[in-house]
Design a protein around this ligand. Structure first.
Ligand code: FMN
Length: 207
């Protein structure tokens, strides 16, 4: 299923095509493709180039490992993510390596890495769906995540599936239109809350 962004201004096709499906095909994802996803994450920019990310990865080809990671998701996410080909948890290191001080951009940088991964997924015909709904303490305990590292977000990856593959309760949301705030609501110029002038169209109307 496709669900392209209804963008108001031109953006790259990868961005248009990316979305967060819950219906995944059980088609396996080749390890080579998973490596490409992680390579894309690797090349994300980061504060002081500290690369504060780590990824825990399990594919359906590793049933035990897959069950272990699936078991860390909240039940509502497990219900659809169990069909994904790959599960991951992205982990943020909270302090800089170079001086030990708190890195307040760690979450930001892990987010950049995850978005790189998601866009690479789209370029390979795959989709990646982020999940806050997982048990970070369970991840910490079952994988021995060290102190100072924060399991930030889980990600399900796979080829797109069919609506019929989804449990009934998710079907309506799968078909619901994708919505976004307009630029004028979050792009400010003269002061907070006042839209940046550059958003005005040729006719002087706010975009
Ligand atoms: C950090 C983060 C956490 C999310 N958590 C969940 C989740 O637990 N379960 C879920 O079904 N979707 C989750 N989502 C997916 C969002 O609901 C989705 O990205 C948003 O509705 C926009 O839709 P789109 O990605 O299709 O554009 C999460 C997304 C992000 C970025």
């Amino acid at each position: 299923m496709e669900k392209p962004a209804q963008n108001d201004h031109p953006v790259d096709g990868l961005l248009v095509r990316r979305w967060s499906p819950r219906a995944f095909s059980e088609t396996p994802v080749a390890a080579e493709s998973v490596r490409s996803l992680l390579e894309a994450a690797r090349w994300a920019p980061s504060c002081f180039n500290e690369q504060p990310w780590s990824f825990i990865v399990a594919t359906r080809e590793e049933p035990e490992a897959f069950e272990k990671l699936l078991g860390c998701l909240r039940a509502t996410n497990q219900a659809w993510a169990q069909r994904a080909a790959v599960l991951m948890v992205a982990v943020a290191k909270g302090a800089f390596d170079h001086n030990g001080k708190p890195n307040r951009h760690a979450g930001h940088d892990v987010g950049l890495a995850v978005e790189n991964l998601m866009l690479q997924a789209v370029s390979l015909g795959l989709f990646a769906h982020a999940m806050a709904g997982f048990d970070a303490s369970k991840v910490r305990e079952s994988y021995g995540v060290p102190e100072g590292h924060d399991p930030l977000v889980a990600v399900a990856v796979g080829y797109p599936g069919n609506l019929e593959d989804l449990p009934e309760e998710f079907r309506e949301r799968e078909l619901a239109p994708r919505e976004r705030k307009s630029l004028g609501l979050f792009v400010f110029g003269p002061s907070w809350g006042e839209p940046w002038d550059g958003l005005k169209s040729h006719e002087g109307e706010w975009e």
